[in-house]
Each structure stands twice: as structure tokens, then as C-alpha cells.
Write a protein that binds this ligand. Structure first.
Ligand code: BDR
Ligand code: CA
Length: 307
């Protein structure tokens, strides 16, 4: 089994990532750490706790992480995820609270304690990961890989920047410059994973409570994507990080150098993905180019049937 930490800002696609991870016997979730992103930190943390209840992850600690980016002002995404960060389904109030430890300290502690290298899956702004690396740089040596959702050769929040990277570019730069192996699910590949009407139909046909909630999450997510971007479905961005850990054969990746613009007047938060090796800078990431779309959705559907 792979030992993983989910660092997230649920968020519809973050929530579905937690659900997918919970369904996989080959993954051991060491903890869920939360960050402010799609909504303020209390909201994303409560949402994570609600999803843990839904999929019976009662033994997994949920640690509340950074409430603000490293140096910038916080901005959230209610237009995409609603005011709660997880609008759509009615979920009961969480049965427990978050742990006393800050998210970045949970990351540091668990990575230090683990006898085998840990894989970290950030699906929100990279603030907690950057804080952990600033506080305890030596944890690098016991991180197997960071599999993150963020960036792209185009943007969704500014013309050139994707939301997670844009929300905390300084944190993202710290992570990309860290030397830790990184796999990146950017918009180029996450936009291939569209939960269309046909996909949602398939999910809704599955006869269990978890699949029913996932269906409701997808319906809401698809409606805001229709409204904001006129998409024919919702791209389930974050879910690709978990899928990649379990079924990497569904992904065509390319080794590249990626760096983050932190200074540009119009381009802060842009990822510079050197697909053609024009910079001569050293490879520091694998970048997702192409998804086996059919394979991905059948993997998802099979996973949801297990609940
Ligand atoms: C990313 O931003 C958030 O809205 C999603 O949860 C995803 O992590 C996509 O740009
Ligand atoms: Ca997210």
C-alpha cells in the first residue's frame, strides 16, 4: 500500500478525491489536511469532516491548516463551489471536530514518523506544503512524491493562471523548487476528465448512498461550470491525483521543468511549463498530457460501486 496525505480545500472535486481514495485498498490515508482555497479554512475543514463521515474514515485525522496564503490576500471561489465550498448535497453536521495540530505540523510529523516514504496529494493552494518545507526542510528525504493538481499551459482564474497556483504563487514556487519528485495534474489533462451528462447518469444509476451524494456534487459542479465557462460538464480536476496514484497507466506524462511566476503584473501564479525544453532548466516534474478518458471513468464507476 501507498501511504498518502490528502491536502485539500473541499471543494466538490476535492471531496470526490477523498471518496475515491477511501475506496482504494492500495492507499492508506495517513491524514487529511485542509487549506483555505475554494472557501475559508473553517468551511473547507468542516467539508472534509463531513466527507469523512460519509465514507466512514473515522480513524483518519483531519487537521486544519493555513487560513491565508503565505503573503498574499486570500480569495475564495464561491462562484464555482457555492458559499459553503460544497453546495449541492445535504450532508449532516460532522460527528467530530478537527484535530488540535496545525495541518503543516501534521504533515511534518507524519512524514517524519513514517517508516516508508510518504506521497502527498495537494489539491488546493500549496500553502501547507510550503509551510511544512520551510519549518522542516529535512522531511524532503522521506517524501516519495508530491502528486498535485494545479497549473496549466492556460488559465482558469486569470487568462494564464490556474486557481490553486494563483491563490498562493509563492507557496507553489517553493514546492516546485524543492527538488522533491512532483507529478502535476494541470488544466491540460484535468479538462479531459469532464463529468458530462452521460457520466452523471452512470453515477446516478449506482445504488448506494455515497454514489448518490457524488451524483449531487457533480450536478452542482456541472451547473457552475456551465454558468461560468459554458462547459458541457464539470472537470473533476483533483480526482486525477488519486487516480494517478492507483492507475498511472491511464496517464500520459512528460518530464519537464515547471516554474511559477510570482512577480508579473498580469501573470502572477502562471506556471511556465517547458514542454519543448526551450529554457534548458533541469527537469523537476512530470506533467500530465493525456488521459485515457474511458479508462478513467470506468475506474471511477467501479470505485463508487464498492460503497
Ligand atoms: C482547482 O480549483 C478548485 O476550484 C478545484 O477544487 C481545483 O482544485 C481547479 O482550478
Ligand atoms: Ca481543490
Amino acid at each position: 500500500t501507498k501511504k498518502i496525505i490528502l491536502d485539500c480545500d473541499p471543494g466538490h472535486d476535492d471531496a470526490i478525491s477523498i471518496i475515491l481514495a477511501a475506496s482504494q485498498p492500495s492507499l492508506e490515508i495517513l491524514a487529511i489536511t485542509t487549506v483555505s482555497g475554494n472557501a475559508e479554512i473553517e468551511k473547507t475543514t468542516i467539508n472534509a469532516l463531513k466527507i469523512c463521515d460519509l465514507v466512514s474514515l473515522s480513524g483518519v485525522a483531519v487537521s486544519k491548516g493555513a487560513s491565508e496564503p503565505l503573503i498574499r490576500l486570500r480569495e475564495t471561489a464561491p462562484g464555482i463551489h457555492g458559499d459553503t465550498g460544497l453546495d449541492g448535497p445535504e450532508l449532516p453536521e460532522p460527528s467530530r471536530s478537527w484535530s488540535d495540530e496545525h495541518g503543516c505540523d501534521t504533515i511534518i510529523r507524519l512524514v517524519k514518523e513514517s517508516k516508508v516514504p510518504v506521497t502527498i496529494l495537494p489539491t488546493g493552494p500549496l500553502t501547507n506544503i510550503a509551510l511544512a518545507l520551510l519549518k522542516a526542510p529535512a522531511i524532503k528525504d522521506n517524501i516519495e512524491e508530491i502528486v498535485l493538481m494545479g497549473g496549466g499551459t492556460f488559465g482558469n482564474w486569470t487568462p494564464t493562471a490556474e486557481f490553486n497556483i494563483w491563490a498562493d504563487p509563492e507557496a507553489a514556487k517553493k514546492v516546485f523548487d524543492s527538488g522533491i519528485p512532483i507529478a502535476v495534474m494541470g488544466l491540460d489533462i484535468t479538462h479531459q476528465a469532464l463529468a458530462t451528462k452521460e457520466v452523471i447518469d452512470q453515477v446516478q444509476k449506482i445504488d448506494n448512498h455515497v454514489a448518490k451524494i457524488v451524483g449531487e456534487l457533480l450536478v452542482f459542479f456541472a451547473s457552475t461550470y456551465k454558468e461560468m465557462f459554458n462547459f458541457a460538464g464539470a472537470p473533476v480536476h483533483d480526482v486525477l491525483t488519486v487516480a494517478y496514484c492507483v492507475a498511472p497507466e491511464l496517464f500520459k506524462m512528460k518530464e519537464v521543468n515547471i516554474t511559477v511566476e510570482t512577480k508579473g503584473e498580469f501573470t502572477a501564479g502562471t506556471t511556465l511549463i517547458d514542454l519543448h525544453g526551450v529554457t534548458g532548466r533541469k527537469v523537476n516534474a512530470k506533467y500530465g498530457l493525456e488521459l485515457d478518458v474511458e479508462g478513467f471513468w470506468s475506474f471511477m464507476i467501479e470505485a463508487l460501486k464498492k460503497f
